[in-house]
Design a protein around this ligand. Structure first.
Ligand code: AMP
Length: 295
C-alpha cells in the first residue's frame, strides 16, 4: 500500500492507471469505521483502489466540529493495510489549499435544500475538495456513501455540469446491528444518546410503512417523521423530496429521498431512505440511477 503525502506523490499513481481495470477513488475524512471499510471492500472489486484521507476545513461551518473532528492517521492506515488498497492519499493542507483565497466550486441547485440550508457553504467546501481530489487522483470511478445522499446528488451535478470524466457510484448506507447509520460522529454520543439516536432510523421506518399502506401525501409523511423524531433534541429537517433535484413534492410518487437531520445531545446526525414509489409498490433504489449498481 503506497502512502501518498503530496501532490507530487500522486505521480506514482501512473503505474496504477496502466491497470486493465479502472482506478477507483474512495474519498474520506478518516476516523475510519466499518461503513468506510465496506465501501473500500466494494471498490476493490472494481479495480485498484485509492483511499483519500483529508479533513476538509472548507466544508465545516464556523460553529462546527472541525478542530474536534477525530483524527488518527496511524489507526486508519493500519485498518486499510488489512484491505486490498493500492494507495492512500493523505495530503497536507498546502497541497489541497495552496492559496487561502483560492478558487472554489459553486454548487448547483441540489445544494440549496436540506443540509444546504442548515450548513451554508458546506457543499461549496465539499465540491471544492472533491474536484481537487478528482484532478489529483484522476479516478475513473469514485464511490460515495448513500448516507450522505444530498452530497452524492450535489457531486453528480458537478460531474455533469463541469463534464468531469469520472463515474459515480453510491454505496448503500452501512448500519450498526440495531439500525443506526455508522458515522464518525457516533463516537461523540454518550450511552444514553446512542440509544436515543435510533429515533432517526425509526422515523424513516415509520414513513416507509405508511407508504406501503398507501399514504402518498408528503405533508402527512413529514408529520409522521416529526412525530417520531420528538425524542431527538432538535430536528433540523424531516422531508420527503424529489430525486434528483430535491424539490418539495405534494404527492410521494416516483424517485424519493426521505431525509432527516437531527441533533441528539450536541451531535448532529443524518439518515435517509432512497425509494421508488410506483404502481409496483415501494422499493429501495440506488441514488445515482444512470450508473451501474454496485451491490
Ligand atoms: P466521511 O469520512 O464522513 O466524509 O465519509 C467518507 C465517505 O464514506 C462518504 O462518501 C460517506 O458518505 C461514506 N460513508 C460514511 N458513513 C457511511 C455509512 N454508514 N454507510 C455508507 N457510506 C458511508
Amino acid at each position: 500500500m503506497d502512502i501518498l503525502r503530496s501532490r507530487a506523490d500522486c505521480q506514482r499513481l501512473e503505474a496504477l492507471r496502466r491497470s486493465s481495470k479502472p482506478l477507483v477513488l474512495v474519498p474520506t475524512m478518516g476516523a475510519l469505521h466499518e461503513g468506510h471499510l465496506t465501501l473500500v471492500r466494494c471498490a476493490s472489486g472494481l479495480g485498484p483502489v485509492v483511499v483519500s484521507i483529508f479533513v476538509n476545513p472548507a466544508q465545516f461551518g464556523p460553529k462546527e466540529d472541525y478542530s474536534a473532528y477525530p483524527r488518527d492517521l496511524e489507526r486508519d492506515l493500519a485498518l486499510l493495510h488489512e484491505l486490498d488498497v493500492a494507495a492512500v492519499f493523505a495530503p497536507t493542507m498546502d497541497d489541497i489549499y495552496p492559496c487561502s483565497e483560492g478558487v472554489m466550486v459553486q454548487p448547483g441547485p441540489a445544494a440549496l435544500e436540506l443540509c444546504g440550508r442548515d450548513r451554508p457553504g458546506h457543499f461549496r467546501g465539499v465540491l471544492t475538495v472533491v474536484a481537487k481530489l478528482f484532478n489529483l487522483v484522476r479516478p475513473q470511478i469514485a464511490v460515495f456513501g448513500r448516507k450522505d445522499a444530498q452530497q452524492c446528488l450535489v457531486i453528480a451535478e458537478m460531474v455533469r455540469d463541469l463534464a468531469m470524466p469520472v463515474r459515480l457510484l453510491d454505496h448503500p448506507t452501512v448500519r450498526e446491528a440495531d439500525g443506526l447509520a455508522m458515522s464518525s460522529r457516533n463516537a461523540y454520543l454518550s450511552t444514553a444518546e446512542r440509544q436515543r439516536a435510533l429515533v432517526l432510523r425509526r422515523a424513516l421506518a415509520a414513513v416507509r410503512q405508511e407508504l406501503v399502506r398507501g399514504q402518498r401525501r408528503c405533508l402527512e409523511l413529514q408529520a409522521t417523521l416529526r412525530r417520531e423524531l420528538v425524542p431527538a433534541d432538535a430536528v433540523e429537517y424531516a422531508e420527503v423530496r424529489r430525486i434528483p433535484d430535491l424539490a418539495p413534492l405534494r404527492d410521494a410518487t416516483g424517485r424519493l429521498l426521505v431525509a432527516v437531520a437531527a441533533r441528539v445531545g450536541r451531535t448532529r446526525l443524518i439518515d435517509n431512505l432512497v425509494l421508488c414509489v410506483d404502481d409496483a409498490g415501494v422499493h429501495e433504489i440506488p441514488l445515482l440511477s444512470d450508473v451501474e449498481v454496485l451491490i
